[in-house]
Design a protein around this ligand. Sequence first.
Ligand code: FAD
Ligand code: DHB
Length: 384
Amino acid sequence: MRTQVAIVGAGPAGLLLSHLLGLEGIDSVLLERQTADYVQARIRAGMLEAGTVGLLREAGLGARLDVEGMEHRGIHLQWPGERHHLDFVDLVGRSVTIYGQTEITKDLMAAREKAGRPVYYSASDVTLHDVTGTPHVTFVDAEGQARRVDADVVVGCDGFHGPSRASIPDAEIWERAYPFAWLGVLADVAPSADELIYAWHPDGFAMHSMRSPRVSRFYLQVAPDEDIAEWSDDRIWDALAKRLGHPGWALETGPITEKSVLPMRSFVATPMRHGNLYLAGDAAHIVPPTGAKGLNLAVADVALLAKALTASLKDGKDELVDAYSDTALRRVWRCTHFSWWMTSMLHRHGDDFDAQLQLAQLRRTVTSAAAATELADNYSGLPL
Ligand code: FAD
Ligand code: DHB
């Protein structure tokens, strides 16, 4: 079959790209290794920057987001004995919104279905060919039939483990491993706080997030090789109550419905374009989750790439596609720095000297308008 844009990977980046291109009348085919149910159910990110929300609304994807999204003015930062609210609206005039990646994926899948354009789920052996010439992608569909898609361009939206990045020879890799991981927990209990709590604690970082008025999301700093079998529900609630504890505040508990250990790394692959192959989202870069940049960065890449491909494929104007990699990487490195900084400030690592430096940084962040504004500006999202 023939299309203008072959998109490998139907996570949020691939699905959103196909939608934005469709609005411009550009045809695309999506190839996804997993089933639709698997992609939709993956519990991952939850916090959307102001610009991400604006983009989804403008693209006609705001109907459920506007009803179910939970708008927050800021976050709480805490350490033993102290809890401080940073109000992003007062500081930089932007709010953030809690709306799960599962929900965005559901909205995007519905939009793709409405557009009547194909997504090949359960596609195996997806292989990219001739990406510097006339590209095509081969794969085996869910029925076991070998297929070929010819396209003007291929976009790799296939996440960290997908095949697209390997089609860029001599790609340069920038990487940082962290000596800890997150234990992520989803629970059927109303949130115990109005907005997110990021907590520094001698036992390790903890975070209180949420998904709805009835569902809470929590994270605990654990060892990178943590055995999840060691974490009974009681142990999880005890650790959360201790690390998130604050005088006069109580953590509500409830049935835990999901728990998993998430590895943490920073990773950037450059360039993000090779001939007629472009990379977007986790295929090109990974950030540690502290500060919630992963999904928002994938959306920013795709917003930029949709504009650039539209100019190139519709009007023959190549300035934006030629600038894509450099332009996208400026934001990628800004967010890589911010995520590294939030991660380094909030997780227990190093010795007691490091701990004192972290506490000094936290105190500075909540007492200096300049320091608070810097966090708020990055967290709520720089303009797209
Ligand atoms: P992905 O969502 O990874 O989508 C890539 C798609 O490509 C997948 O559907 C995959 O199945 C498909 N694919 C892979 N290989 C192939 C192949 N060979 N052929 C065809 N398709 C293929 N971010 C936050 O901001 N906050 C969080 O709390 C958070 N938690 C996370 C937890 C986990 C376990 C992970 C992995 C990520 C988390 N992230 C979080 C990051 C965020 O979810 C990602 O940044 C976001 O999903 C990126 O979207 P994407 O579409 O680029 O990649
Ligand atoms: C969530 C995850 C994050 O990493 C973060 O910084 C904020 C919220 C979440 O899953 O809700």
